[in-house]
Ligand binder design. Sequence first.
Ligand code: FES
Ligand code: FES
Length: 160
Amino acid sequence: MAKKISFTLNGKAVNFEVDVRESLLDVLRYRLGYTGVKKGCGVGECGACTVLVDGMTVDSCIYLAVWADGREIRTIEGIAQDGELSVVQQAFVEEGAVQCGFCTPGLVLTTTALLESGREYTREELKRELSGHFCRCTGYKNILKAAEKSLEAGKRQCEE
Ligand code: FES
Ligand code: FES
């Protein structure tokens, strides 16, 4: 069964007809062409498909597209502003936290949500928050350093 839904995608209004059984991942990646939304496990285990829904991280492979109706969706394609990398993207580059890049969109989006929460996180809390993401390349040390650097840079920006 098809259903028309409306949502905001990276700041733009989208009206789209979806099958009620379709995942948000399949709609974003395969029907709207947002290939920064990666398909890894497809069962909510690896974090590669993470997007932000009303500012919260969601595994889009296990989130029905119809649930996005009326909501604000952000993907990695909407994180840089005016061609400038966000502080989180910059920190991932500087810390060498990217190798093949498959896990990177999800990690950047989760770190962005943490930064936007305005909370402070200990290293242990950060590890827990990022634990839903699998990286098969870099190891987690640099990713953790990048996340810490992102939150510090975000805090500095707020203080300025
Ligand atoms: S593809 Fe969604 S969590 Fe792995
Ligand atoms: S950089 Fe390759 S999976 Fe993380």
